[in-house]
Design a protein around this ligand. Structure first.
Ligand code: PRP
Ligand code: URA
Ligand code: MG
Length: 209
């Protein structure tokens, strides 16, 4: 079973409250999502291995540390996942980006796939799938399915807010995938929206409602 990590750093929790607030306008919403994504990038990379390299400071030579192991890949689920991408790239600029386009059919709540473009070396990378919302889990499961069909094996999931139903569904479908969230909310409503959540992440990011 993949682990569920709740990133409870005070800065993340503080900013998330303003993201949730219905009075937060599109510009502020976008900026706050970007900031929280950077903070979560810090948390999700906590266990990335390091290796020693010699570095000459102005005063002496020493053993410094640099990132080792697999290179990272970021996989935003279009469209709302794009809102978290730049914030992550600020901290992980060497990551390559693959896009998976999915939307959730409002009637059936099933994910509909419309676009995939992945880096050529995607199977050699440790991947982080990013999307603000994990509701029923259908979109996350479908995105991870796309990656596994291409041969990817090292995958983590990162969301701002998850519902217990979505966490359970992803853990059952993909038990090898750890999930990092800023908050685990109460439940889903009859339309598959997270309660209390933040509303429709894509619409709030891009002002489409
Ligand atoms: O866990 P699920 O029940 O699948 O729901 C979550 C999905 O719904 C939202 O996307 P949406 O379908 O609104 O597309 P958008 O990003 O284009 O707005 C959200 O960004 C997730 O991708
Ligand atoms: O609460 C929800 C559920 C799915 N997608 C969203 O954007 N918000
Ligand atoms: Mg949406």
């Amino acid at each position: 079973m993949g682990k569920l990590v709740i990133c409870d750093h005070p800065l993340i929790q503080h900013k998330l409250t303003f993201i949730r607030d219905v009075r937060t306008n599109t510009k502020d919403f976008r900026e706050l999502v970007d900031e929280v994504a950077s903070l979560m990038a810090y948390e999700i990379t906590r266990e990335v291995p390091l290796e020693s390299v010699k570095v000459q400071t102005p005063v002496a030579e020493m053993d410094g540390k640099v990132l080792a192991g697999r290179m990272l890949g970021l996989i935003p689920i279009l469209r709302a996942g794009l809102g978290m991408l730049d914030g992550m790239l600020k901290l992980i600029p060497a990551a390559k980006v693959g896009h998976v386009g999915l939307f959730r059919d409002p009637e059936t709540l099933q994910p509909v796939e419309y676009y995939t473009k992945l880096p050529t070396d995607v199977t050699e990378r440790e991947l982080i799938v990013i999307d603000p919302m994990l509701a029923t889990g259908g979109s996350a499961i479908a995105a991870i399915d796309v990656l596994k069909k291409r041969g990817c094996t090292q995958i983590k999931m990162m969301n701002l807010i998850a519902a217990p139903e979505g966490v359970k569904a992803v853990q059952e479908a993909h038990p090898d995938v750890d999930i990092y969230v800023a908050a685990l909310d109460e439940k889903l409503d009859d339309h598959g929206y997270i309660i209390p959540g933040l509303g429709d992440a894509g619409d709030r990011l891009y002002g489409t409602k």
